[in-house]
Design a protein. Structure first.
Length: 78
């Protein structure tokens, strides 16, 4: 059955991609973790800046969003 063979090949390829590469030494893993955290912090800073810019250039939309948030908080039950 060619379909079965193709399915097995696809699964084998996917399994090989899903396996994480085992770090050979711990400092590389820590460095990559630090680099990931640095990139994430940079992304979050840029995201926050973009949201602030959007709020400044679209004050009506920002006000409506604040009102919706306040309404959600009023109706929230602890």
């Amino acid at each position: 059955m060619p379909d079965g063979e193709q399915l097995n090949q696809r699964q084998a390829g996917r399994d090989a991609r899903d396996l994480p590469d085992a770090p050979d030494d711990v400092p590389d893993a820590q460095e990559s973790d630090m680099a990931r955290r640095r990139r994430r912090a940079q992304f979050l800073r840029e995201l926050n800046e973009a949201k602030q810019l959007r709020d400044r250039v679209q004050p009506r939309r920002a006000r409506a969003a604040r009102m919706r948030q306040q309404m959600r908080m009023r109706t929230f039950r602890w």
